[in-house]
Design a protein around this ligand. Structure first.
Ligand code: F6R
Length: 611
């Protein structure tokens, strides 16, 4: 979380920094700020509470001009969202820094610095870094050595950038845990939390590795690794292209991204399907031999991506007979886990930068405890793709709405492709591979058809705006679909929502049911449908009001408290993907009617790069 951008150029940098911040706003939008060195080498700083637009307005009213600067958009961890807590943080008007990550030993450092006479203006962990650099400088160290001595004392994860009026022609950066890229220009260089921030100014990038420390000047970049050895890092040409950040006819990116799903699924399938088989080389060289040796799958992810993993468990165990475990990364990374050398470790992530997921990958790589690692991810240049043995890209395109939609459905598609490749590598079930290929080919059209229910779902959402709670129900692979529906509703409409496997209701949650509690159920025509219908009757007979998304060929009892929207008939294997769409739309319209900030819901950020 938090976004960093910096520039050292032969032209004024403030507008470059602001554009970078706009592109990084998905990482956090509690407050933003810039610090730019003036022609006289004074640090000029402007900060604003709220989104980057607020900072832009301030800068339009009182411009700051200079050719070296750093900027930041914040997702608060230590200290409330407030201007005094916004970055850049400064020490004695001589050093300004921006930071992404968490300094775990900040409290002890703060006490030491207070004892040395430093005065703190913020409650952030970041401010200790600025004062510690200044403290080291005051002891007689040059800027570079002062920053080095400082990072040696920092515990936790960070990416940071430093400017100082002592050395106006250098930006100093360091990476430990949180991602940081350098963008290469002609006679100018840039830094950013990710390439998106810098695409308007360059397409050539260096990805810093953990422990790297770099001196960035207008015409040179010098990088040192964790052992302080000077190193050359590969320069990569980005294929990310300019992200299509225009809303077109849509009011919100989330709405646009929901409607893009037939196309993003089509793109994720393209080049991966043969006539009756999947094309293996898409994952990496020699993948067939590795997959042939897999005897178990361990899926690790967070949030919506975790829900994709839970659905995949149903599919994997049904189709391949191989056991599959799914766990959230924040738990897995800190647990003692046995060595299992026949297990494929599979991470799922839209951004490829989620701190907990990366840490879980790092854990199994350090322990050498798995057969191989693979990621399903939406960002080609991401850390997860770079650090995994194999990767399968989802081709969802940039997802800008904070609530994940098209990234989730394309993950599910990629997971089916993965299952097909696993079956192929094992070589014993060609009929199942053919079944998957043929059904996946129908999916884009089915998604178009379910999107036609848009208006009916918008009307249904009116019933939710006054509600404070909601229950989502599903059975089988539809249970994680219900979990995802509940997550979407809570994150963008702020209505408390929980999901249960419908068979669990009578073991406790039924006590919550009354006529104030809306119950949303997903009811495709699967072998568990009759069981689900009995569970819904249990709810109805206790006064619960039902909102059901049901297969058009299924008969559901009607009364004034049972509201049904029919969904075109879908094959069982595709039901979780298709039935996700109406739940996304229901949350979207409820949030719009409630007037929340749909694309940037409160307290959240798109890329969770702190643990
Ligand atoms: C919810 C959402 C989050 C992410 C989670 C993991 O709509 O988007 O729950 O799914 O933060 O992010 P990635 O997939 O980037 O690892």
């Amino acid at each position: 979380m938090c976004g960093i951008v910096g520039a050292i150029a032969q032209r004024p940098v403030t507008e470059i920094l602001l554009e970078g911040l706009r592109r990084l706003e998905y990482r956090g939008y509690d407050s933003a700020g810039v610090a730019v060195l003036s022609a006289e080498n004074a640090i000029q700083r402007t900060r604003a509470l709220g989104k980057v637009a607020a900072l832009s307005e301030k800068l339009a009213a009182e411009p700051i001009i200079g050719m070296t600067g750093i900027a930041h958009t914040r997702w608060a961890t230590h200290g409330e969202p407030a201007e005094r807590n916004a970055h850049p943080h400064m020490s004695k008007d001589r050093v300004a820094i921006v930071h992404n990550g968490i300094i775990e030993n900040h409290e002890a450092l703060r006490q030491e610095l207070i004892a040395e006479g430093f005065v703190f203006e913020s409650e952030t962990d970041t401010e200790v870094i600025a004062h510690l650099i200044e403290h080291n400088r005051a002891k007689g160290l040059g800027l570079e050595d002062a920053v080095r001595a400082t990072v040696d004392h920092l515990g936790g994860a960070y990416a940071l950038a430093v400017v100082s009026n002592d050395e106006p022609d250098t930006l100093i950066v360091a990476r430990h845990g949180s991602p940081l890229v350098l963008g290469l220009g002609l006679g100018e260089n840039f830094i950013g939390s990710d390439v998106q921030a810098l695409l308007p100014v360059t397409s050539r990038f260096i990805y810093l590795e953990n422990g790297d420390f770099a001196l960035v000047k207008r015409d040179s970049i010098t990088i040192f690794d964790a052992n302080n050895e000077q190193v050359e890092r590969e320069v990569k040409e980005s294929t990310a292209g300019m992200c299509s950040a225009s809303l077109g006819e849509y009011r919100h990116f989330m709405h646009k991204e929901i409607f893009e799903q037939p196309q993003s699924v089509q793109l994720t399938l393209e080049g991966r399907l043969g006539n009756d088989e999947f094309i293996p080389c898409i994952i990496g060289d020699n993948v067939q031999e590795t997959l042939a040796r897999v005897e178990e799958i361990q899926i690790i992810a967070c949030g919506t991506s975790y829900h994709a993993g839970l659905i995949a468990k149903y599919w994997l165990e049904e189709m391949t007979d191989l056991p599959c475990n799914v766990e959230v990364a924040s738990e897995y990374r800190y647990r003692r886990t046995p060595k299992r050398n026949k297990v494929l470790f599979l991470t799922l992530s839209q951004s490829g930068e989620t701190a907990d997921t990366l840490a879980a990958l790092d854990k199994v790589q350090t322990e050498k405890s798995m057969l191989a690692t693979m990621t399903i991810c939406n960002v080609a240049e991401s850390s997860l793709i770079r650090e995994s043995d194999f990767s399968l890209m989802t081709i969802a395109g940039p997802e800008i709405g904070v609530a994940s939609t098209k990234a989730f459905t394309t993950q599910l598609v990629a997971l089916q492709i993965f299952i097909g490749l696993l079956l192929q590598a094992k070589g014993n079930h060609p009929e199942k591979v053919k079944y998957l290929v043929n059904h996946l080919k129908q999916l884009p059209l089915l998604l178009e058809q379910v999107l036609d229910k848009d208006a009916a779902i918008e009307t249904m959402s009116e019933a939710f705006i006054e509600k404070h709670n909601a229950l989502f129900l599903g059975r089988g692979a539809q249970y994680p679909v219900a979990m995802e529906g509940a997550l979407k509703l809570k994150e963008i409409s702020y209505i408390h929502a929980e999901a249960y496997p419908a068979g669990e209701l009578k073991h406790g949650p039924l006590a919550l049911v009354d006529n104030e509690m809306p119950i949303i159920a997903v009811a495709p025509n699967t072998p568990l449908l009759e069981k689900l219908k009995s569970n819904l009757e249990e709810v109805r007979s206790r006064g619960g009001v039902l909102y059901i998304f049901a297969d058009e060929e299924v008969s559901i009892r009607e009364d004034e408290h049972i509201h049904t929207i029919t969904i075109p008939k879908v094959p069982e294997i595709l039901a979780p993907i298709v039935y996700t769409i109406p739940l996304q739309l229901l949350s979207y319209y409820t949030a719009v009617l409630k007037g929340t900030d749909v694309d940037k819901p409160r307290n959240l950020a798109k890329s969770v790069t702190v643990e």
